[in-house]
Each structure stands twice: as structure tokens, then as C-alpha cells.
Design a protein around this ligand. Structure first.
Ligand code: OOG
Ligand code: NI
Length: 463
């Protein structure tokens, strides 16, 4: 039997995960419906937007599109997570150090790489590894290590199927279907804690995040984020649907030409969980872990564009830090918009200055040109209207935004603060691989589209 394409397995997995999460967290369903409605309206209001999407990543991919997030406890869990995601064609891209923002994790994102794979289904998972080395309390660190040492987050069958896919080079249809079902088990919510309430409380006091990672049987998917075409509309609409959004939208301000990633989330839900006492009886407690998020994606920036983004954002944050309670939201948004006025807001200008990556395509005029120019340079073809370009979509994450999302969901009593302490080597040792450089992959997409355009003009001229 032939192997099922990894892109197909990923697509099936992302649908299964979405169905599971929708059942577990009803507010996610409300958000999905809202986003779909707003996306439909945005496309109807702007025919140019639909055409632009169709000529790049495809308007149809948008409603299917989502990312999730998990938090892992041990190096071995991360190692096997890389193997699990590889079965679905997802690779670790970029290293994110969240200790800068007082969060004891470092992270990567598992995602498909390359234009075709992204077009089938861009499903990504922001994956964090807890850094017990940052916990100062020795006894607590030892307890957390001990609890995690006896945890197995994968089913036996999932591990078998991963090994089989590695050895054989793929999975047939029946095995792929079983893999999706077995892999999903790892991401499921478990309401029974693996430790007693006393240790849970101590972990919670050290840092809420530590309690979340250590206490349960698995790394429950903590949010699934649909992509919207108009995040400001969703932010405004959320309260009308009984959902309380975080104070400010993370990332760049609203612009004519969207860049990178804008995100907003709603607060984690307090959910009942069970703790076993010394007498063996279970008693009810509460835990907040799962929340909702939405995102709007814009252009991928070059290292030069990203440096400009980072420096403008740092300027904003040195002037005003968004308050968790929303008391200075309007002021923050004003400062953000003011400072970002320095970032060019037209595709022409961003291209001229080398701030963003673009994909090139042959226009209708180009396709029907009576006499085709041979081997011209791109600039001339663009000037003659035979070739046009659209930005490459940003497929990754932003550490400052991610920190804001974490923080808005950890509540006010965040516990211990940590100082900046990146350790990519340690992370990659645990992962068992190096993370890919996101810029290389955007550059590749851009270069491939330039070559394809030039090659078809050369071929037509030679014919
Ligand atoms: C991950 C938060 C980061 C994003 O979209 O930036 C994130 C987490 O809370 O585990 O999902
Ligand atoms: Ni997220």
C-alpha cells in the first residue's frame, strides 16, 4: 500500500485536534464561528484582498488555518514530540527565549516548511519546554523532576507508529488514521492531577506555569488559534459574544499593509480538577490553563525589516507597558501607532528598502503579451506591468507577543521572576536537532518565485 503524504496526515490531525478542542472548550467554537463570519465579511468587502490571497497562499486556506500551543516537561518529551510532528511534515523553526519576559520556558514552533506544504495546511504548534534549571528552590525543583521522570505522555501505539514511519519512510492509510487517533491522545485534557494538592499549591506559588506543566498526565493543548483577516473587528466583537479579550492586541499596529503577526487572546478558564489525598479519595480543586486566541498574519520581514520592527517595538515599550487590566490600552495603542509611523506602509516602499519578502507572479497582461521579452530583469518586467508581487505570509511567532499571551493567561500572581537567559544549545540537545532559521525559508520562497517567473519568460521567448 502506498504511503499517505505527511501533509495529508497533518491536515487530518489538525481537523481532529480542532474537533476535540471544540468539544472540550466551547468558547473556542464561539470564536471559530465569529472569525469565520468576520473573514467572510472582510473578503466580500474587499475583492482585491481575495484576489491577492488567491494568488499567494489561497483564500481557502484561511478558515482552515490555526495554531496550537503545548508546554512540555522534559527533554525526552521534546525529543519525541519532534519525531511525532515529523510524521506530519512539521519541523522545528526558530528558537524563542521566554525567560526575558519572566517565563521559565524556551520554545520553538513545529510547522510545515515550503510553499506547497503550507498551502495544503499551515497547522503549527508553539511548543515550549519548561526550564526547571530556573527554579531557585532546590527541594521544589527535585520534586518536580521526580514527578516528571515517571510520566509518559505518548501512548505505546503512537511511539510504535512513529518508529515504523521512521524505518519505512511513511505510513499507509490504515496506519496513518490510527496514528492521528493515537497522537491526539497526547494533547487531551486530563482532569485528574498526578500529584497531591499540597505539592500542586507549592508549584503554583513558584510559578503558575510550572504547576500547569508538571501536574497532569499530558501536555494538554492550551489553545487553538484561528486566523482572522480583521483582528480589530474580532477584538471589538468579542465582548458582544460574552468573551472577555486581553487588554491590547500584541504585535504591530493596524496598518494598510499588515506585517508579521497581530494576536489577541481571552483569559484562561478556571476548570475543575481532581487531586488524590493520602487516603486515596479524590477531592475537587481548580486550575486555569486553557484559553482562546486569534491572530492576523501579515508580511514576513527580512532581517533588516525585523530589526526595524524590534527597535520600534522596544521604543514603544520603553515609553509605555500595557497594563494587564486595560487601564492604559488606548494610550498604548496611540504610542504604538505613533512610533510605527516610521515603518513604511506601502509594499513598493518596503520592497525598495528590502524590508519584506515577496512572491512574484505573471500578471494577466504578462500572460497575454504579444511579444515576450527574453531574459529581462525583474525590475523591467515589473515596470512594464508584466510581473507583479505580493508579500510572503509570516508563518512564525514573535517572542514579545508570545510573552504577552502567556502573561495575560497566568493572572497577576505570577510568582518568581526570571532574568534573560537564552540557552539554544541546551534546547537543541533536548530536541535532538537544530531548529531551522525562519529567514532562510522565506528567502527560499522569494527566490523560487523569482526564478519561476524569469524562467517562463525565457522559455516563452525561446519558443
Ligand atoms: C504559548 C503562548 C504563545 C503565541 O501565539 O504566541 C503563543 C503558551 O501559552 O503555551 O501561543
Ligand atoms: Ni498562540
Amino acid at each position: 500500500m502506498p504511503f499517505v503524504h505527511p501533509d495529508t496526515i497533518r491536515h487530518q490531525f489538525s481537523l481532529a485536534m480542532s474537533a476535540m478542542f471544540r468539544e472540550e472548550v466551547p468558547a473556542y467554537g464561539v470564536l471559530m464561528d465569529m472569525v469565520e463570519e468576520i473573514n467572510t465579511a472582510a473578503l466580500a468587502a474587499d475583492p482585491g484582498l481575495k484576489a491577492a490571497l488567491d494568488s499567494t497562499d489561497g483564500a481557502s486556506r484561511i478558515t482552515e488555518e490555526r495554531h496550537g500551543a503545548i508546554r512540555l516537561g522534559t527533554a525526552e518529551e521534546l525529543f519525541n514530540m519532534r519525531r511525532l510532528f515529523a510524521v506530519m511534515g512539521m519541523q522545528p523553526v526558530s528558537y524563542y527565549d521566554l525567560s526575558v519576559a519572566g517565563i521559565p520556558v524556551h520554545s520553538t514552533s513545529f510547522r510545515p516548511v515550503g510553499r506547497e506544504a503550507l498551502a495544503v495546511n499551515p497547522f503549527r504548534v508553539f511548543t515550549s519546554l519548561l526550564r526547571l534549571d530556573l527554579i531557585k528552590d532546590d527541594a521544589l525543583r527535585a520534586d518536580a523532576r521526580e514527578i516528571l521522570a515517571t510520566r509518559e505522555i505518548y501512548t505505546d501505539r503512537a511511539l510504535e507508529l512513529i518508529a515504523q514511519a521512521e524505518t519505512d519512510g511513511g505510513l499507509n492509510e490504515a496506519d496513518a488514521a490510527e496514528f492521528v487517533k493515537e497522537a491526539l491522545e497526547t494533547f487531551r485534557w486530563h482532569s485528574k492531577a498526578r500529584l497531591d494538592q499540597e505539592l500542586f499549591t507549592r508549584l503554583l506559588q513558584a510559578h503558575r506555569l510550572i504547576a500547569d506543566v508538571v501536574s497532569f498526565q499530558g501536555p494538554h493543548i492550551n489553545h487553538l488559534t484561528p486566523r482572522t483577516l480583521d483582528i480589530d473587528a474580532v477584538q471589538t466583537a468579542m465582548p458582544k459574544h460574552g468573551i472577555d479579550p486581553k487588554a491590547v492586541v500584541e504585535g504591530p499596529p493596524s496598518r494598510k499593509c499588515p506585517i508579521l503577526l497581530r494576536q489577541t487572546s481571552f483569559k484562561a478558564l478556571s476548570e475543575p480538577v481532581l487531586f488524590q489525598g493520602k487516603d486515596g479519595d479524590w477531592s475537587e480543586g481548580h486550575h486555569t490553563a486553557r484559553f482562546g486566541e486569534i491572530e492576523q498574519r501579515g508580511a514576513a520581514l527580512t532581517p533588516k525589516g525585523r530589526a526595524l520592527y524590534d527597535s520600534l517595538l522596544a521604543q514603544v515599550r520603553s515609553r509605555i507597558a500595557p497594563a494587564g487590566d486595560g487601564s492604559n490600552s488606548a494610550e498604548y495603542m496611540d504610542v504604538l501607532a505613533g512610533v510605527f509611523a516610521a515603518f513604511p506602509d506601502s509594499w513598493e516602499e518596503m520592497r525598495a528598502q528590502g524590508l519584506a519578502y515577496f512572491q512574484y507572479y505573471i500578471t494577466e497582461a504578462g500572460k497575454s503579451a504579444a511579444s515576450l521579452p527574453a531574459a529581462q530583469d525583474l525590475a523591467t518586467l515589473i515596470a512594464e506591468g508584466l510581473v507583479a508581487y505580493v508579500p510572503v505570509v509570516y508563518e512564525d511567532f514573535l517572542p514579545v507577543s508570545a510573552a504577552g499571551i502567556f502573561q495575560s493567561n497566568l493572572g497577576d500572581d505570577r510568582g518568581e521572576e526570571f532574568s534573560q537567559n537564552p540557552n539554544q544549545d541546551l534546547f537543541e540537545q533536548a530536541l535532538g536537532a537544530t531548529v531551522l532559521n525562519e529567514f532562510d525559508h522565506y528567502a527560499e520562497i522569494e527566490a523560487a518565485s523569482q526564478q519561476a517567473v524569469l524562467a517562463s519568460f525565457q522559455a516563452a521567448a525561446a519558443a
